[in-house]
Design a protein around this ligand. Sequence first.
Ligand SMILES: O=C(O)c1ccccc1N[C@@H]1O[C@H](COP(=O)(O)O)[C@@H](O)[C@H]1O
Length: 209
Amino acid sequence: MRVQAKICGLTTFETLDTAVRHGASHVGFVFFPPSPRNLGFDQARALATRAPAHVQKIGVFVDPDDAMLDAALAAGLDAVQLHKVTPDRAAAIRRRVPVWVALAVKTAADLRAAAGFQAAADRILYDAKTPEGAALPGGMGLRFDWTLLQGHRPPLPWALSGGLDPDNVAEAIRVTGAPQVDVSSGVESAPGVKDVAKIAAFLQAVARC
Ligand SMILES: O=C(O)c1ccccc1N[C@@H]1O[C@H](COP(=O)(O)O)[C@@H](O)[C@H]1O
């Protein structure tokens, strides 16, 4: 089956169009002010409106409050990706919109937390754990030991992220069997600046898998 790919942290029409043209199944918009990829709600609405219906629009949040969610959902999101969220909060948000839970992984023990989200999420995103005190819980180009996922039985549909790029994504898919991959900084020329050539190369590498 074709591996799906999400290009995350898009902020411009040009990079959105590139992702769509090269076959992204999902595009991600970040709503987290400390991030270099943070979007205003109007900007997000313009991008979401431009993306075709077959491309899912995912909002990325870090433990958002209801006011933040209300404003972002009005931009036209298909699902939300939640970082640093509890199962109870994820379940409450899921009553409004499909939920992806980003699970921060460094060791095999971190994978066990996925089970707690079985009734609270639609998808688990296995992402690399960023260092204690880091400004961002994701989007830092860090990867975890992909072999940890070998033999792990995800309780939900799942995706792999953290430190993926055009050069390593095929190997990541081979090692983990990921049905879906997610990238942000690996297709940038600088933090928050997406690179159309890298987006195209990433999606071409995924399409060859
Ligand atoms: O990209 C961000 O700035 C960001 C901010 C807050 C939470 C998550 C964020 N990004 C997500 O992190 C992963 C991995 O990113 P990378 O490819 O390692 O740079 C990805 O899911 C992004 O959506």
